[in-house]
Design a protein. Sequence first.
Length: 191
Amino acid sequence: MLKDEISACRVCAERFAATHTRHAPRPVAWFAPGTPILIAGQAPGARVHESGKPFDDRSGDRLRDWMGVDRSTFYDLSKISFLPTALCFPGYDGRGSDLPPPPICYDTWHAQIIEHIGPPKVRLIIGTYAIKRHLGRTGALSEIIADWRSFPDGTFVLPHPSWRNTGWLKKHPTFVEEVLPVMRTAIRACL
Ligand code: SF4
């Protein structure tokens, strides 16, 4: 079974052991066939590494607020699947900053997971790593989000919901004022 194979994955064991956090892989495989909503994010953080639940942190609180869903809906595997760019916490560097998601995870697992889930009705793509992988777009996030009407139907690009991005959100009101209302309506329609 795909989830069991992913849970047993240790491809990045040496890489993670060499980080400041010296942690072991703990893949967070939270997806199911036929979910109408797909959340494609970056990688689990330290807290999610402990809990094993995607976005089980303050960023998740903000994301649930943006989506207009409660925790029980958010973690309902008949409704929402998660596909982070890397399925494990990548660790911190010596300054305590998040390391980037290892590209080998995407190359190893993503095509299988996407096929397993099937086409979603609504796709939320969060942060620059996922945007590059899923839309092939690079460059300033503000410019990509300003272009939101050009994305395929049901696809929404989001900044990372980290509270560190509060200043960015204030400077770029397009996301909150224009994108969020349309995104919430699309989410409500398929729940
Ligand atoms: S990040 Fe991906 S490839 Fe690396 S150990 Fe975790 S599941 Fe495996």
